[in-house]
Write a protein that binds this ligand. Structure first.
Ligand code: URA
Length: 268
C-alpha cells in the first residue's frame, strides 16, 4: 500500500477550522498523547513559604479544577455585592477565578459605552472579534447593533452595552447553565450600578436569564417587563439579537417596532 502523503499545513489548518478550532490557547502545542504515556506525577510537596511564585499559567492548562459551580456562584454573588463602582466591579471580575471560561478567553469583555446612559443593552456572550478587542458587539452583529441604535438617534456615547457572560466561550459554543449562573451576579450588579431607565435584552439567552422567563423571544419581544435592580424597578424590553436578524432579516420589521417603542419611552 502506498502511504498517504503527510497533510500540508494549509490542509491541517482547514481541518482544525472545520472541527471548530478557531483560536490558539497557548504559544506552544501540548502533546496530550505523550502525557498519557508519561509516568504519574510525583506527589506534590508544598513549596517553601519564601519560594518565588512561578508566573501563573491558566488554571485549565495547569490541570487545576475551577471551584464547584455552587461555590463559584456563591463567591460571585459575594464579590459582586461588594463592588461599589463599575471600576471596582471590573477589577473584581478580572481577578475572579470561579469561571472556567476566563481561562480559554483572551480577555475580559466588560462593557462599552457611557455608564451614565439612560439605556443599557445586554447580549449573551462575546464572540471572536469581541475577545480580540475586549469590547462587546464589535463584530458583524455589533455593526448591525450600531445601525439599530443609530436609527433611534443613539450611539455608543449615549448607550451602554454589555453581555451576560463577559468571557468568550471557546469556539462560540453556548455557555452552560452553570457558567451563566456564575456570571449572573456580575451583570446584575453592573445593571444596578449603571441604573439605566431602560434595559434592552438582546435575544433569548439574555432575556431568559435576566428577566427570569422561560418564554421564547418570539413571545417576549416587544413586551415590557419590570426588572428588579436591587429595590429599584427598571423597564425592560426584549428584542431580537442582531446576530439573529443577520440570519433572518425579515424580522428586522419587528425589531424596528421594538426600537420605536424604546424611543417613545426615552422621549416620554
Ligand atoms: N454577541 C453577543 O451576544 N455579544 C457580543 O458582544 C457579540 C456578539
Amino acid at each position: 500500500m502506498i502511504p498517504e502523503p503527510a497533510p500540508t499545513v494549509r490542509e491541517l489548518l482547514a481541518f482544525y477550522l472545520e472541527a471548530g478550532v478557531d483560536c490558539a490557547l497557548a504559544e506552544e502545542p501540548i502533546d496530550r498523547l505523550a502525557e498519557l504515556d508519561a509516568p504519574p506525577p510525583a506527589p506534590r510537596v508544598a513549596p517553601p513559604v519564601e519560594a518565588p511564585r512561578p508566573v501563573a499559567a491558566p488554571a485549565a492548562m495547569r490541570g487545576e479544577a475551577t471551584p464547584a459551580p455552587d461555590i463559584a456562584i456563591a463567591s460571585a454573588r459575594e464579590a459582586a455585592r461588594t463592588a461599589p463602582t463599575l471600576e471596582a466591579l471590573r477589577e473584581l471580575m478580572q481577578s475572579f477565578e470561579g469561571c472556567a471560561l476566563k481561562h480559554t478567553a483572551t480577555r475580559l469583555v466588560f462593557a462599552d459605552g457611557n455608564p451614565q446612559a439612560r439605556i443599557m443593552f445586554v447580549g449573551e456572550a462575546p464572540g471572536r472579534d469581541e475577545d480580540i478587542e475586549g469590547l462587546p458587539f464589535v463584530g458583524r452583529s455589533g455593526k448591525l447593533l450600531d445601525l439599530m441604535i443609530g436609527a433611534i438617534g443613539l450611539n455608543r456615547s449615549t448607550a451602554y452595552i454589555a453581555n451576560v457572560i463577559p468571557w468568550r466561550p471557546p469556539g462560540n459554543r453556548t455557555p452552560t447553565p452553570q457558567e451563566t449562573q456564575i456570571c449572573l451576579p456580575f451583570i446584575q450588579r453592573q445593571i444596578e450600578l449603571v441604573n439605566p431607565d431602560v434595559l434592552v435584552t438582546l435575544g433569548n439567552p439574555s432575556t431568559q436569564t435576566l428577566l427570569g422567563t422561560r418564554e421564547g423571544i418570539m413571545r417576549t419581544r416587544g413586551r415590557w417587563f419590570d426588572y428588579d435592580a436591587g429595590g429599584r424597578t427598571i423597564r425592560a424590553l426584549p428584542t431580537f439579537h442582531p446576530a439573529y436578524l443577520l440570519r433572518s432579516p425579515s424580522y428586522k420589521r419587528l425589531a424596528w417596532q421594538d426600537l420605536r417603542a424604546i424611543a417613545k419611552v426615552l422621549a416620554g
